[in-house]
Ligand binder design. Structure first.
Ligand code: ADP
Length: 691
């Protein structure tokens, strides 16, 4: 080989190396894909092509050889179409400018080399993956076969001569050169890619570490033995440890309360073995001061390049206060639920319920979910709705943030029934929303007691009035016989009356004394009954005898004799055999006397009939009259003390006889009742148990 050929070969190689540097610096590193950049790259490649053509080795004058075919084909493969086509243009123009016999072949080789390189990239896009050396060599062979073929374009007679000279280097040396240049470029590409990946890795690692360091969360990395290899400042701050007290220590020994240590360590071991996939968990850790904190952890598994698990990285949130707040809320809700009162909370804007406590739901008969669809108006009985609306509207007008009102209303249950309530309702803001809070008390019981009190008050007032009437009556009742006694006693002593008058006066004095005694006895009886002091002396007696005694007494009485149109009829005739009962016969007699006396007293015409009926378990005595009767509306009061049917009009009697009768019959274990019709008469019935 001639010395000049060697020099040009070295120069060519140096130039091609420069080409690889351009690939590295101007192409790979700038990374952008603008046309400008592609154009500039094309111009630079073209310039390198010119440099190559300036240092050729010459076989024969006008026929020069250089490595532009290698340059352009590799350019096509690595730079793509635009830069390579520009380079083809520049080098072709330069070749034409150089002139000489090889001009056609030269230009043809330039075009073929570039185009084959570009085409190879398109046709075999995966050429880099496997057997890239073979790919590059094959492309080199193809390019330079084309070079051999294009020797036909040389001036006549030169073809064979040239072929003979270049066939060996063209098929071995040039493809090998193409291959080496391609490999060099590929290496650079690979390096660049690695570097990129490395940079990315470093960047993401830096970001990750920053994140772990900076967040207001606890972060830590634990190796597969549970030892802490990393922790952030926040973790140190929260737990109160210094970094050197934490790094290298076993996480479970350092932070977990003894009772939980084994449980969590087992879980961790299973994660490390790949048996358990858990990315979130909550646990309690101990601070240096021994306080318990609740932490919510999110963990990721760390692996080495062989995919083996090396530990875990975790981020944790200190949710201790959240937990406490939740528990407090729960406690509060329980307290509200336990309250006897009904508690309602509704949104002041939509008016819809936000919360009803257990008591409210139970009383109203709704479920919690149902209640959320309701407003206070849905559970207020119709008559209370207006009141509620007016109250709330007046608040709205005044635009006050805190208002409250208490009123009585009626609530309506799910089933439509109602119950009286006292509502204390308040408007308040929390924190920016407005709510109505109502404390509602079921006042059904209170209402009953209120009514009872009112009734008692009415009765007390009434009995006060009755007492006055009674006293007035009494004084009249007492004074009448007393006056008679005093008056006729005087007559007896002061004026010596005739025998006949004497008899009459004495009789009046006797009757009046009896009357007075009767009144005094009645008063004593009623007070005894009142004080539950009335003594009952039960003994064996014949009921028939008791009743006929009473009838006989009244048959002969002046009371009956004073009423010529009234007769007293005994209906005892049927019952001839004695009726044995165990009772207080004097008290029973007293009752019968009273009833028969009333019958005569309130009858002006007709009869009073007294009879006895014996039933299986009781005896029934009836006293029937054809007198003035008792109007229906007074039936309820006849057994009440001091009551007389015609309270405005005085007549004999103090209005306590029947109430004594009832008291006595009650004590004897019997019953007293009556039927009566105004102006037709009355029938009083006594039932006495037989034993
Ligand atoms: P009094 O001493 O006034 O008769 P009582 O307690 O015996 O008092 O009776 C209460 C009232 O019931 C009487 O005032 C009378 O108006 C009415 N009454 C009682 N018995 C009869 C009767 N047989 N017929 C009509 N009214 C009666």
């Amino acid at each position: 080989m001639k010395e000049s050929i060697l020099v040009s070969l070295i120069q060519n190689i140096a130039t091609l190396l420069a080409f690889t540097l351009i690939y590295d610096y101007s192409w790979l590193k700038t990374e952008s894909t603008t046309y400008l950049r592609k154009t500039i790259s094309g111009i630079i490649i073209g310039a390198i092509g010119i440099l190559l053509m300036l240092t050729p080795w010459t076989y024969i004058t006008g026929v020069v050889f250089d490595t532009r075919s290698i340059l352009l084909s590799v350019s096509g493969l690595f730079f793509g179409a635009i830069p390579t086509l520009i380079a083809i243009l520049i080098t072709s123009l330069f070749r034409i400018f150089l002139g000489g016999g090889g001009i056609y072949m030269g230009v043809t080789v330039i075009i073929f080399s570039g185009v084959i390189g570009i085409a190879w990239g398109y046709v075999r896009p995966n050429w880099k993956e496997k057997k890239h050396r073979a790919e590059l060599f094959s492309m080199g062979v193809l390019v330079h076969l084309m070079m051999l073929v294009s020797t036909v374009l040389l001036p006549q007679g030169h073809t064979l001569e040239t072929l003979k000279n270049i066939i060996i280097p063209a098929l071995l040396l040039y493809p090998a050169g193409t291959m080496f240049l391609g490999m060099l470029m590929l290496k650079q590409l690979q390096n660049w890619k690695n570097q990129k990946a490395q940079e990315k890795l470093l960047e993401s690692e830096r970001r990750f570490t920053e994140l772990l360091e900076d967040v207001n969360l606890l972060s830590q990395i634990i190796d597969k033995d549970g030892n802490i290899t990393f922790c952030n400042d926040h973790l140190l701050m929260v737990t109160g440890y210094k970094r050197e007290e934490v790094i290298g220590k076993n996480w479970f020994d350092l932070f977990l309360p003894p009772s939980q240590k084994e449980y969590f360590r087992n879980g961790f071991n299973r994660i490390i073995k790949g048996e358990l996939h858990q990315t979130h968990l909550e646990d309690q850790i101990l601070t240096k001061d021994g306080n318990l904190l609740t932490i919510s952890w999110y963990s990721a598994i760390l692996r080495d390049s062989d995919k083996g698990i090396t530990g875990t990285a975790s981020i944790g949130e200190n949710i201790t206060e959240k937990k406490i707040a939740e528990e407090e809320k729960l406690k509060l809700a329980n307290i509200l639920d336990a309250s006897q009162n009904e508690i309602y909370l509704s949104d002041a804007k939509t008016f819809k319920f936000k919360y009803l406590n257990h008591g409210a739901l139970k009383n109203l008969g709704y479920t919690f979910e149902e209640s959320l669809q309701l407003t206070p108006l849905d559970i207020t009985a119709d008559e209370g709705k207006d009141k509620l609306i007016k109250t709330l509207e007046s608040w709205e007008k005044r635009n006050e943030t805190v208002s409250s009102a208490t009123f009585e209303a009626k609530n309506k249950r799910a089933d439509g029934s109602t119950y009286p309530v006292e509502i204390n309702i308040q408007l308040f803001e929390y924190p920016t929303e407005s709510y109505y809070l109502a404390m509602v008390q079921d006042i059904t019981k209170r209402k009953v007691i209120d009514n009872q009190l009112l009734e008692a008050k009415r009765k007390a007032e009434e009995s006060d009035k009755l007492k006055s009437i009674f006293l007035a009556n009494m004084s009249h009742e007492i004074r009448t016989p007393l006056n008679a006694i005093v008056g006729f006693s005087n007559l007896l002593t002061d004026f010596e009356p005739s025998q006949e008058d004497k008899k009459q006066y004495t009789s009046i004095i006797n009757t009046s004394s009896d009357r007075l005694l009767q009144i005094i006895n009645d008063i004593i009886d009623i007070s005894k009954l009142d004080a539950k002091q009335m003594k009952i002396k039960k003994a064996e007696c014949n009921l028939l005898e008791v009743v006929s005694n009473s009838i006989n007494t009244f048959q002969k009485s002046e009371l009956l004799q004073s009423k010529p149109n009234v007769s007293l009829i005994s209906k005892l005739n049927d019952n001839t055999k004695p009726v044995r009962i165990h009772t207080d016969k004097n008290r029973l007699q007293q009752v019968l006397d009273n009833l028969i006396s009333n019958g005569i007293k309130y009858t002006e015409e007709g009869f009073i009939e007294v009879g006895l009926k014996i039933h299986e378990k009781h005896a029934e005595i009836y006293i029937k009259d054809t007198g003035i009767g008792i109007p229906k509306d007074k039936h309820d009061i006849v057994f009440e003390r001091f009551r007389q049917i015609d309270e405005e009009v005085f007549h004999e009697g103090a209005g306590i006889g029947l109430s004594i009768c009832k008291g006595i019959i009650d004590l004897l274990g019997g019953k007293i009742s009556f039927t009566s019709e105004s102006k037709k008469g009355s029938t009083f019935v006594i039932e006495i148990p037989l034993d």
